[in-house]
Each structure stands twice: as C-alpha cells, then as structure tokens.
Ligand binder design. Structure first.
Ligand code: SF4
Length: 390
C-alpha cells in the first residue's frame, strides 16, 4: 500500500461543519468546569449514552461543559464503576495496530470480503492520506477534505482510500463534539464505511450481543457525523452498515462482521434533536455555580442537584454519575429508580410512598385504573399471605 501522493499546491481545507460555541458560552462552560480544569472531550460512547437518555439535563450540561464525570463522581463520594484496566487497554491497542498494519491491508481484505465493492482493493494502490492537523477543529476540517478527495479519486481512478483515525465534528445541543472512529474506508463508488475495531472476541462468528449493541450505537453516531460531510460532497454516500472487527475465537487473529445500524441511527438522530440547548440549561443556574471537583462534597452535591436529572436503572451501564443519581432517586422515593417500564405503568403516581398509600386505600382516585389495579394486587397479596399462614 502506498500513501496518497502529496504533489501540487497545498490543499484548501474547507471550514469544519461544526462551529465553536460563542465566547460568552465558552466562558460560562469553563466556569462550570472549574477554572483550572481542562475540558473532557465528548466521544461517541458518551454521545450514544446521551442520546439514550435525552431527558437528562444534568448529563447534557456536564458533557457539554466538558466536565469529567468520573472525577466528579469521585469528588461526590460515589465513584463510578467505569473504566478499562491498563492491561485491557494495551491489549485493545495492540489488536488495533495489528488490524491496521501494512497500511490497513488486512482491514481492507476483511471489508471487501464482507461488503464487496466495485473492484477488489489492491494493497499497492490503496490511498492512506495524512490526516494530521492542529487541534480537533483542524483535524475535522482535514478529514472533510480527505473524504472529498477520496470520493473524487474513487470516481476518477477507481481508487480505494483508508482513513486511519479520522476526526468528525457533530453539533450536540448547540456545542461541538469531535469524534474519532477507528477508521473510515472510501470505496471507488463513493460509499463511505465506518470501521470499528473492538478487542472482545467473536466466537463462532458471534460476539456478546450487549457489546455489539454498544458498538452499533457508537458507530451510529459516527455515521451521523459522516452524513453531515457527505451532504456537501458530490457522489458520496454513507453506508448504514458498519464493519465490526474483533479477535477470532480465542486467538489474536482478526475477523469481521457487518452490523446494520439503521435502527440505532434513526433513534440517535431523533434523540439528539430532543436535547435542550446547553446555554438554556446553563442560564437557569444561579451565577457562580460550578462543578469544580476541588469544592467540598456538600457544595458540589448542591451544585449537581440544581440541574434536573432523569435517573433510570440503564444509567448504571452508561453514566459515571449513576451511583450518585441512584442514591438521590432512592432517597426521594422516586418510582423512576424502579425502571422506565414500572414508571410508565404507575401513571401519575410519582413516589413509592404514593404507590403504597394508593394500594392500601389511603389515597388515590378509586376510578383511576392504576389505583384500582394496585388495590386489587394488594388484596391478592393479602389473600396469598393469609393462605400461606393457615
Ligand atoms: S446517571 Fe444521572 S447524570 Fe447520568 S444520565 Fe443518569 S440521571 Fe443523568
């Protein structure tokens, strides 16, 4: 494989599709983070989790402000159970390097084997453009240009292009997020395909469904960001199937499968448009509010509690603040802590106390179907307990 030729005048890098937030908002977000705290960039995993719980203003604001939620959870006294061991991290990096070795020869072979294409990629002619640029905005602009050039090279010369760690920009709730897929391949017919490389095994051609689901949600965010660039590129289209590359069985050999992300794509697209704009959430907070992890725990807790949350048990596998929010939700006796399904069944009853009181006949409208169902359930329970006692 060869690097793409670097001849002729330097390319004109088009502006990034996402613009930075205005200065006043940037300053406000920096205040919220804390004066000496560097922003934590939002990645596709965080964005997918945000899209899964669009009603949580707390997460939207903290992510938008670049607050490190793992550090915040620690400072609140409820450390998260998230994180990858150093060993798993190194093993993942080594596997990715193996898949991408020799200019992505193995990766291109896997991709063509799974998805096909106009002509089989010749490792000697696959283009591998340099995507280096200053800062995430510069890298996103460089990637956008490389994608356009790759599409042209495909149309004119039948070339395949392998983009290693491109940078994509996506506006989320009025704030830019920069996302870095493992790879994107541009086929000669102008089709752009996201490639995700994971270190969990694919055994007998099947991987852990929960992990594949998480990878699909993450990839859908990349596809969404790519669509913004493709919309400005003649002849380009973004594949709604992504290539998932994993170790085969218990070996270190790569294998691949195609994951259809159409469902995740439509859910993510819809949910992201439902997010409240970050500046609107920030504007509701009193002047001087900050989530600086150096604050005493009580002050920090008070600051966090000022922003509305939408806890659900699913947070436990998706958000670093889950233990904190779960404790608060339980303290408040909120039925949300029991799960979205239970919450839906209970209609207007919002607390466990209100549910128990209605079931005992002490409160609630007896013509309300939820209240009458609760009372019937309480009667059946009492009968069963009496029967067991006889
Ligand atoms: S854990 Fe808390 S902050 Fe995170 S998504 Fe759930 S409710 Fe929102």
């Amino acid at each position: 494989m060869s690097a793409s030729p670097a001849s002729g005048p330097p390319p004109q890098i088009p502006p990034s599709p996402s613009t930075p937030p205005p200065t006043a908002l940037r300053q406000r977000l920096a205040e919220l983070r804390g004066p000496a705290v560097a922003p934590q960039p939002m990645d596709a995993r965080a964005l997918a989790a945000l899209a899964a719980n669009p009603g949580c203003r707390r997460r939207a604001l903290l992510d938008g402000a670049g607050v490190n939620k793992a550090v915040l959870a620690q400072a609140l006294g409820s450390p998260s159970a998230f994180g990858q061991s150093q060993f798993a991290f190194m093993r993942g990096n080594a596997f990715e390097a193996k898949v991408k070795a020799d200019g992505g020869a193995e990766l291109m072979r896997l991709l063509y084997g799974q998805l096909g294409g106009p002509d089989e990629p010749d490792p000697a002619t696959v283009r591998t453009p340099d995507l280096a640029a200053a800062g995430p905005q510069g890298r996103a602009a460089r990637t956008a240009l490389a994608l356009r050039e790759a599409t042209e090279a495909g149309a004119q010369a039948g070339a395949w292009t392998f983009l290693d760690h491109p940078m994509l920009a996506l506006e989320v709730a009025g704030s830019p997020a920069y996302l870095e897929p493992d790879a994107v391949v541009v086929a000669p017919d102008g089709r752009w395909t996201v490639v995700e490389i994971k270190s969990f095994p694919m055994i007998d051609a099947a991987a852990d469904a929960a992990k594949v689901g998480a990878a699909a949600r993450q990839s859908a965010v990349y596809v969404l960001a790519l669509e913004r660039v493709a919309g400005h590129t003649t002849g380009a289209s973004v594949h709604d199937r992504v290539l998932l590359v994993c170790p085969k069985d218990f070996s270190n050999l790569p294998t691949a499968s195609v994951v259809d992300v159409r469902k995740q794509l439509s859910v993510t697209r819809r949910q992201l448009t439902r997010l409240t704009r970050i500046e609107d959430i920030a504007a509701e907070l009193p002047e001087g509010t900050t989530f600086d992890p150096e604050l005493p725990a009580e002050e920090l807790t008070a600051a966090v509690e000022r922003v509305e949350a939408a806890y659900a048990p699913e947070c436990l596998s998706a958000c670093e603040l889950a233990f904190h929010c779960r404790d608060r939700s339980r303290e408040a006796g909120a039925v949300e802590a029991l799960g979205r399904g239970v919450r839906g069944e209970l209609g207007g009853l919002r607390t466990v106390d209100a549910v128990l009181s209605a079931a005992r006949g002490e409160s609630g409208d007896p013509t309300d179907p939820t209240v009458s169902a609760l009372r019937r359930a309480a009667e059946l329970r009492a009968e069963a307990l009496n029967g067991a006692a006889c």
